[in-house]
Design a protein around this ligand. Structure first.
Ligand code: FE
Length: 258
């Protein structure tokens, strides 16, 4: 039974669910999102080995493992991909990743006969069918990985933004006070996003979509047009990466003390 807080959207045939958080210890808090349409599912950024067995049983209970059609990998980081071999071995799902990473993902230990089920999405993105609806795989390159993809669901109007909008350290699932929430997002975006130019390009694309909810892979979900717009306004003008780090490129002077 999924708690009410974790049902992001449900119209009877189409559900957007934030799966239970099975991460703990030294792992960075990660959200695993799940979209179901007419009984068919797509799992977003399933993460590593420690959460794998829990997620398998949760999905088995929700739709049955055989109805998992896709596993979406927004980029190549271990908190997204590390457990992929288990997923390919226990389900019939096709894994979707940027074409940039299909030759690298096998290094996470993908068995030879499962490798062909990792499909590369080209830089321009793609439209995929889930149940009786279509989902958009959006280009989000350099946000933060050079090959980076996101999912837009036009039924629920949820944009699954991967690491964009990621927050760390807050104790709530949904953002209520955007101004106060900025402190939990700022550090990550300033350090991991290469330059503001790419944020501006992404914000322009997102403003052309009808987005009600932004659901990142870490931290709190931004629900409602007002919060979504506040986020886009903030991001659009955020200096980050090389915009603010040029002075870091010099010979170090401090001894590493371990
Ligand atoms: Fe990442």
């Amino acid at each position: 039974m999924v708690s009410e807080e974790r049902v992001v959207f449900d119209n009877g045939t189409h559900q957007n669910i934030l799966l239970e958080d099975y991460g703990h210890g030294e792992m960075v808090q990660s959200n695993v999102h799940f979209i179901v349409d007419s009984g068919e599912g797509i799992l977003l950024d399933p993460g590593g080995h420690k959460v794998f067995k829990h997620l398998v049983s949760e999905i088995g209970g929700l739709i049955g493992l055989d109805n998992l059609k896709y596993i979406f990998l927004s980029h190549q980081d271990p908190d997204i991909v590390a457990g992929i071999n288990g997923w390919l071995m226990t389900t019939k799902a096709t894994a979707l990743s940027s074409v940039l990473w299909t030759r690298f993902i096998p290094h996470f230990g993908v068995d030879k006969f499962a490798v062909s089920r990792i499909k590369g999405i080209p830089d321009e993105g793609a439209v995929i069918t889930l149940g009786s609806t279509e989902l958009y795989i959006l280009p989000a390159h350099f946000l933060h990985a050079p090959g980076n993809l996101q999912i837009y669901d036009p039924v629920s109007k949820v944009l699954y933004s991967g690491d964009i909008g990621a927050s760390l350290g807050q104790d709530y699932v949904y953002v209520e006070d955007f101004e106060n929430h900025v402190q939990y997002m700022e550090g990550f975006h300033k350090r991991y996003i290469p330059t503001n130019k790419v944020l501006k390009a992404w914000v322009k694309m997102v403003r052309e979509l009808d987005v009600e909810t932004i659901a990142p892979q870490h931290g709190a979900i931004m629900k409602g047009k007002e919060i979504v717009n506040s986020f886009l306004d903030w991001l659009e003008n955020l200096p980050c990466g090389i915009d603010i780090m040029e002075e870091a490129y010099r010979k170090p002077t401090k001894k590493f003390e371990g």
